[in-house]
Design a protein around this ligand. Structure first.
Ligand code: NAD
Ligand code: MG
Length: 387
């Protein structure tokens, strides 16, 4: 391609969205932001549109459309609003790649549209594969879409798998920082505030994924994500706690060899590797100075203190809509925790309870996921009201 690749950046105002725009800005001959989309931070979205001059800007919250329109129409930038418009925006003939970096369940609909339109996807929104990985897998079979993972662990695994035969993989070892409560006893975790949980030791990320890292549900989600991305059986995917976050994940092969990918904890690198379809770009990230990290350590995760971790293998065995329910209950619980409505340790209780009471569909189609997501959210809310 001798013109810049045109990217639809979904979740443009967020942590991954902004780092993606950094990469687009740094390599103007390679990339162009064709669409910017976000949830409801309209002022931030307007400022980004004024800077990056995309063809179209979409906001999920429809009440914010008049403000968006009056700011951007004079610049000749088309505007639209609503979840449906956001999902449909990725289908444009001029779009070469879709970067999905919205939070939570909202990633599913645009991903489905992108696959149906045959667009390549740089996938940051892991919840899409957690909620409906089986459906996404089925849709991919009939599509020319390729998915390039942005999540640092999955980017690491994709890098380790370059030049390898997938049948020679013994295990995937997904590294986890352990989050801010890695060394906290259970009783102390019950008293953790949102500010405590938002203090991630190594990564600066959006609030929701930071809380998921503190419960380690993020790691459970990443095990599910890895299963769907690489087709490796769940029993051959493990989490390893590595507090320094320098090794981003590892692949063990049948001959006993283990390959690891290392780098400073900086999402610019996996974003650039995904946008480049596994091509390496000069200067994408700061370089690692190993002398600054004289000890790299590894621990088994503690499933007693972090019961959410166990949900990965539970959901991958039960399948159907189980992980959709876990994701929905978690989104409600995390929002309640951030608003000081529940204790940190209630997050897991809410998920566990919702799994018991929500409907389960063994072979869901798209509409079943939509229905189970809504029902699970409502059940989680009802339970929170009784806590
Ligand atoms: P963030 O909270 O910083 O940003 C989220 C973005 O999504 C914002 O632009 C927001 O406006 C938009 N958004 C929120 N709700 C929306 C909705 N209903 N419809 C449309 N847009 C909506 O989040 P983040 O940390 O950038 O994470 C984004 C995704 O990337 C998540 O799925 C997360 O798990 C994944 N991820 C993030 C990191 C990281 O380092 N931040 C690493 C790996 C994976
Ligand atoms: Mg990750």
């Amino acid at each position: 391609m001798n013109r810049p690749k045109r990217i639809a950046v979904l979740g443009a105002t967020g942590s991954i969205g902004r780092q993606t725009l950094d990469i687009i800005e740094r390599y103007p001959n390679r990339y162009e932001a064709a669409i910017l989309a976000a949830g409801r931070r309209v002022d931030d979205l307007i400022a980004l549109a004024q800077k990056y001059r995309p063809r179209q800007v979409v906001i999920a919250d429809e009440s914010l459309l008049p403000k968006l329109r009056s700011a951007l129409e004079p610049l000749g930038i088309a505007t639209a609003a609503g979840a449906r418009a956001l999902a449909e925006s990725v289908e444009g003939d001029d779009i070469d790649m879709v970067l999905t970096a919205t939070v939570g369940y909202s990633g599913l609909e645009p991903t489905v549209h992108a696959i149906k339109a045959g667009k390549d996807i740089a996938l940051a929104n892991k919840e899409t594969l957690v909620v409906a990985g089986d459906l996404v897998g089925r849709l991919l079979k009939g599509s020319k879409t390729k998915i390039y993972p942005v999540d640092s662990e999955h980017s690491a695994i994709a890098q380790c798998l370059q030049g390898e035969d997938i049948s020679s993989v013994e295990r995937l070892l997904i590294t986890a920082s352990g989050g801010p409560f890695r060394t906290w006893p259970m009783e102390r975790m019950a008293t953790a505030t949102a500010a405590d949980a938002l203090r991630h030791p190594n990564w600066s990320m959006g609030a929701k994924i930071t809380i998921d890292s503190a419960t380690m549900l993020n790691k459970a989600f990443e095990i599910i994500e890895a299963h769907h991305l690489f087709g490796i059986d769940p029993e051959r995917i493990e989490a390893v706690v590595h507090p320094q976050s320098i090794i981003h994940s590892m692949v063990e092969f049948v001959d006993g060899s283990v390959k690891a990918q290392l780098g400073v904890p900086d999402m610019h690198l996996p974003i650039a590797y995904a946008l480049g379809e596994k091509q390496r770009l000069q200067g994408a990230s700061k370089h690692l100075s190993l002398a600054d990290y004289t000890t790299l350590t590894f621990e088994h995760p503690d499933v007693e203190r972090f019961p959410s971790l166990g949900l990965a293998h539970y959901c991958l065995a039960k399948r159907g809509t189980s992980a959709c329910t876990v994701n929905a209950a978690n989104e409600i619980a995390v929002a309640a925790f951030l608003n000081d409505r529940i204790k940190f340790t209630d997050i897991y209780r809410i998920i566990e309870h919702t799994l018991k009471v929500a409907s389960f569909v063994a072979e869901p189609d798209y509409d079943d996921y939509v229905a189970v997501n809504s029902e699970s959210r409502a059940k989680a809310e009802e339970y929170i009201a009784c806590l």
